[in-house]
Structure formats: structure tokens, C-alpha cells
Design a protein around this ligand. Structure first.
Ligand code: CP3
Length: 368
């Protein structure tokens, strides 16, 4: 155990207390690379269309209705966390919610994903985006308050469930604003990035302003940790990431950390970007499944915790294959403090719920 790093924990403690003080959260402790009694586990998109309980709610409400109604968003969040038996609950929301108070209309079209009606394509449009209406997003904080109240008491094993708030990162959000939806090659985004230096800088600044205020609402409501999704940063070369993305993202990470919570920074297809992503000073880097966990951890640096990184499609494999892959991730983590078990990206529709629950059981039982 790396006791030296935890010299700040000055009180003499019994071994059990040191590994897991009663009422603390092993998920939060792992984010801070403190020792834990076992590896914490949760899943990206743990509340989603693969889960019958979610689909039952979706029958009566649109995605945005669920997000904007704290009673329903909190219920969906709580149901998923309890059904799976995971160590953290991520608030049910969506990356694109901040677009509305910025003055950008969008909707979710069934089967197509998000559609922004008037994509941002000019300096004038960037200048017109608003940054002073963030309080309109307070429904997310209200939902978090309800989740926090529900999980206030420690569970049977003495652990308090971690509550995760989240927001998008500037690049990934800018890509939706500019492309108008999901994209394959990010041509419009990169055109603005390369040719509209002042506009791109202004867009990054505006997004950081909005996202810091939004994260602050979530922390005030009781979120223990903020995860920043830079899902599509992997579309950038290392040079472009460093030049056009890293400065604004670093500012966002540092200002969210200054709110007093650990930050998890996540992207997909990021193997080559990990050393640069680490420069944001995020406490935890989310790893996708393409890189072996130990190699990802090495690239991120030892001073950083990691989250990941089972391929979400492995959840469709037979039990013996799935178990082998779960064990492999845990073995590559090698019991070092600062590993949070997760997938390398979100659970997809059609995933068998019982397999997800089985993975939680295996992670809980695993001992190095
Ligand atoms: O438990 C959870 O993690 C669910 C909460 C959640 C949602 N979106 C709800 C949602 C979270 C954490 C997100 C984040 C999000 N939203 C991301 C980053 C995560 C990632 O996958 O990298 C992104 C890129 C978005 C934008 C977005 N929202 C897209 C591209 C889509 C359509 C893609 C699809 O799967 O259909 C959405 C829709 C969406 N957001 C769904 C859910 C549960 C599915 C649609 C539905 O319920 O109708």
C-alpha cells in the first residue's frame, strides 16, 4: 500500500478504517487513489434502453421530458443503480442540455440521435450564443438533490454510494453544435477550428463559462464527483488536440476541481491522447477498451487514477469469455489504488441485463 501518499490522513486508524472508513464512498476514495476494500464498479450509460425499467418510463415520456423532470430523472437514476448493485449513480441527463440556455434548439429524433436545428457555422452565430442563462438547467441539480437524499445512508456494507454529476467537454459539445448531430469525420467542426481562430477560441470560452456554472450547480446539489465527457476527442490528432482542445479543457477541469470534487475525464479512441489528456490535471482518466488497462494507466501516468475498460460488447459474450475479460481488466489493474471498474464506453441497447449484474458480482468477489 502506498501509505506515504496518504500522509494527509493524519488520524491513527485501524486497518479496516484505513481501507474503508464507515460511511465513506469507495468510489470517491478510488478517484483520489486512496486504499479501498475492493474495486468500485459502475457503468457508462447504466440507465438506458437495454433496461426494461427504463423502457417502461420511456413509453410515457420523451428523453428530454425525463431529463427535465427531477422526480423522473432521479427515479431512473436510482432504479438503475439499485438494480445493478453498483457503487455509484450517474445522474440521468444528457450532454446536450446546456444547448437550450445557450440559445440553440435541438431534439432527439428516434433512431438518429440528437439533431440541432440551426448548426453553428459562423463567427456571428458563435457571438450570439448566450452564457448567462445557466440557472435554467437547475432541474438537473434538483434531480441530484433527490438522488443524494435517497442514498444519504450508508448501505449494508457501510459504503455510501457515490453520486456522479456530469457535463460534456468543450470539443465534444462544439462538435454537436457545429455538425448539427453525430458525425463521422467532423469536417465542419475542423473547418471552423482551423480557419476561424477567433471564433473557435470564443466558442471554447463560452462553453467553459457555461459548463463551470452548470457543474457548480451539480456540486452544490451534492454530486461527489464530476465526469467530463469528451467522447469524440479521439477524432483529433495529438497536435490538434493540444492546440485546439487542451487549453479550454484544462481550464474547465481546473475550475471544476476548484469546486472541491474529483474530476473524471473520459474520451473514446484516446490511446495516443492519454499523456496530453493527463495534462488537464483530471484526477481520473476514463480509458476505452482498445488499450490494455495497464498500458493506458502507464500512458496516463501513475499520479492519476483510471476508470475502465471492458469492451461493452463483451456483455453479449458467453459467461466464460465475459468472466475472462472481466478478470483480465482486474488483473491488469493489479490492485493498485485508483482503479474504478467500468466499461470502455456506454452499454448499448440489447445488452442482457443479467450479464451486467453478473459482472458487478464478479468485480465484488474478486480478490487479488
Ligand atoms: O445512465 C446513464 O449514463 C444515462 C445518462 C446519459 C444519457 N446521455 C442519456 C441518454 C448520459 C451520461 C449521456 C451522455 C451523453 N449524451 C454522451 C456522452 C456519453 C457517450 O456515450 O460518450 C453523448 C455523446 C450524448 C449525446 C447523445 N444522447 C447521443 C449521441 C444520443 C443518441 C445515441 C443513442 O444511443 O441513441 C443520445 C440519446 C440518449 N441520451 C439516450 C440516453 C439513455 C438514448 C436515447 C433514448 O432514451 O431515447
Amino acid at each position: 500500500m502506498e501509505t506515504k501518499e496518504f500522509a494527509g490522513d493524519a488520524l491513527p486508524m485501524t486497518l479496516q478504517d484505513e481501507v474503508h472508513p464507515e460511511g465513506s464512498s469507495r468510489f470517491v476514495r478510488a478517484c483520489l487513489r486512496r486504499p479501498v476494500d475492493r474495486t468500485p464498479v459502475w457503468f457508462l450509460r447504466q440507465a438506458g434502453r437495454y433496461m426494461p425499467e427504463y423502457m417502461a418510463v420511456r413509453k410515457h415520456h420523451s428523453l428530454l421530458e425525463i431529463c427535465r423532470t427531477p422526480e423522473i430523472a432521479s427515479e431512473v437514476t436510482i432504479t438503475a443503480a439499485e438494480r445493478l448493485g453498483v457503487d455509484a449513480a450517474i445522474i440521468f441527463a444528457d450532454l446536450l442540455l446546456p444547448f437550450t440556455p445557450m440559445g440553440l434548439d435541438f431534439e432527439f429524433v428516434n433512431g438518429e440521435g440528437p439533431v440541432v436545428h440551426q448548426p453553428v457555422r459562423s463567427l456571428e452565430h458563435i457571438q450570439a450564443l448566450q452564457t448567462d442563462r445557466v440557472e435554467e438547467l437547475s432541474y438537473v441539480a434538483k434531480a441530484i438533490e433527490k438522488v443524494v437524499a435517497h442514498f444519504a445512508e450508508p448501505r449494508e456494507d457501510g459504503d455510501r454510494l457515490g453520486i456522479i454529476g456530469f457535463c460534456g467537454a468543450p470539443f465534444t459539445l462544439a462538435s454537436y453544435m457545429i455538425e448539427g448531430g453525430s458525425s463521422r469525420n467532423y469536417i465542419e467542426t475542423k473547418k471552423i477550428m482551423y480557419s476561424e481562430a477567433a471564433g473557435w477560441k470564443l466558442l471554447m470560452e463560452k462553453l467553459v463559462t457555461v459548463l463551470v456554472a452548470y457543474a457548480a450547480q451539480q456540486v452544490e446539489a451534492g454530486a461527489d464527483v464530476i465526469q467530463i465527457f469528451d467522447s469524440w476527442a479521439g477524432a483529433l490528432s495529438v497536435s490538434d488536440y493540444r492546440e485546439y482542445c487542451l487549453p479550454a479543457t484544462t481550464e474547465l477541469v481546473q475550475r471544476v476541481k476548484a469546486l472541491g470534487v474529483p474530476v473524471i475525464y473520459f474520451g473514446v479512441d484516446t490511446a495516443s491522447l492519454l499523456p496530453a489528456m493527463r495534462e488537464t490535471t483530471a484526477d481520473v482518466l476514463g480509458l476505452d477498451w482498445r488499450i490494455p488497462l495497464n498500458e493506458g494507466w502507464k500512458a496516463a501516468g501513475v499520479g492519476c487514477a483510471v476508470q475502465g475498460n471492458l469492451d461493452p460488447i463483451t456483455l453479449f459474450a458467453p459467461q466464460d469469455v465475459l468472466e475472462r475479460r472481466v478478470r483480465e481488466v482486474l488483473e491488469l489493474a493489479d490492485g493498485r489504488p485508483g482503479h474504478i471498474f467500468n466499461l470502455g464506453h456506454g452499454i448499448v441497447p440489447g445488452t442482457p441485463v443479467e450479464n451486467v449484474i453478473q459482472v458487478v458480482e464478479w468485480v465484488k468477489r474478486y480478490r487479488k
